[in-house]
Design a protein around this ligand. Structure first.
Ligand code: GUN
Length: 301
């Protein structure tokens, strides 16, 4: 039987370990979350971020400028947060509306308050193995592996997806943990063949159930970072069949969440795998809290 990697358990452990660290600080750590516009998925994520802050006794500030905000106005919001002493971490929720210059906004966040690890200084620090905030989802994956005693050194890790938020930093963290790393993407010549070489396969492409048994080496560790919401019944049936739990769930709720990997194939072939939801997802917010507490610790030292 394949082992299910339990993201909720690991999240709870990580959050529990933060409590004494927060209690040690002279001031409660403060996180500012900037959500531009009203993308429903982003609203859900931001809601859970501020809720988790409250549960840990941290301060959170939520700013919700309209989608019509200009780059200059958003830069001013970031500058104000940079200057605010009680704010230790700043997160600008991605993606931003197309008219906004995302790179300028990310560059404007003070590196010491950049709890996403997206600032070029922190990307550079990660690349050369210096301390600093690391992108939350990939660092959550590393915690999930570590806390399930899955060794990485010497393994062949294949990361599917080359985004700045997940794929690239994921590859870098696996490399620092001494894996041999391959990064695949939309132009990879034979994706299935590359993936079948993976002892640890990470899916971060945002395509529902695209990675199937033909991509999986029997006994591999399968880490599914995708969170795709399906609201078309035909698509759900095509992936899971007419009589399946997912299809029944869809019939009740009108949508279901599906990862980048086919969960039935993953459960059958892997040594361990992450379900969607409940695998990698819960760790992103936990690691954001870690980054915020660490930023506060550095700023208060
Ligand atoms: N959108 C999806 N994931 C993330 C994340 O980790 N950070 C930010 N800022 N936006 C996101």
């Amino acid at each position: 039987m394949a082992q299910i990697l339990d993201g909720k358990r690991v999240r709870d452990e990580i959050l529990e370990e933060l409590k004494p660290r927060i209690a040690q600080l002279t001031r409660k750590p403060g996180l500012a979350v900037v959500l531009v516009g009203n993308d429903p998925a982003s609203e859900v994520y931001v809601g859970s971020k501020t809720k988790t802050c409250a549960e840990l006794g941290m301060v959170s500030e939520k700013l919700t400028p309209p989608a019509t905000i200009s780059t200059e106005e958003l830069l001013q919001i970031v500058a104000d947060l940079n200057a605010k002493p009680e704010i230790d971490g700043i997160l600008v929720q991605m993606p931003l509306p197309r008219h906004i210059d995302t790179q300028r906004v990310l560059d404007a966040i003070a590196p010491e308050k950049d709890v996403d690890g997206f600032h070029p200084t922190n990307v550079g620090n990660l690349s050369i193995g210096r301390p600093g905030p690391k992108p939350c989802t990939p660092s959550g994956v590393m915690e999930l592996l570590k806390r399930h005693q899955i060794s990485v050194a010497g393994k062949h890790a294949v990361v599917v997806g080359r985004s700045d938020i997940v794929g690239k930093p994921m590859a870098m963290l696996l490399l620092h943990a001494h894996a041999t790393v391959t990064i695949c993407h939309s132009r990879t010549a034979d994706l299935a063949a590359e993936c079948r070489r993976a002892d640890i396969l990470v899916g971060a492409i945002g395509r529902p159930a695209m990675l199937t048994r033909q991509h999986m080496k029997p006994g591999a560790v399968l880490i599914d970072v995708g969170i795709n919401r399906l609201d078309n019944r035909d698509e759900v049936v095509k992936i899971f069949g007419e009589t399946s739990e997912k299809t029944s769930a869809f019939d009740k709720r009108g949508s279901v969440l599906v990862g980048d990997m086919h969960p039935y194939d993953a459960a059958e072939l892997s040594s361990s795998w992450t379900p969607v939801p409940g695998g990698v997802g819960p760790l992103t917010i936990a690691m954001l809290m870690v980054n915020t507490v660490e930023a506060a610790e550095r700023r208060q030292a």
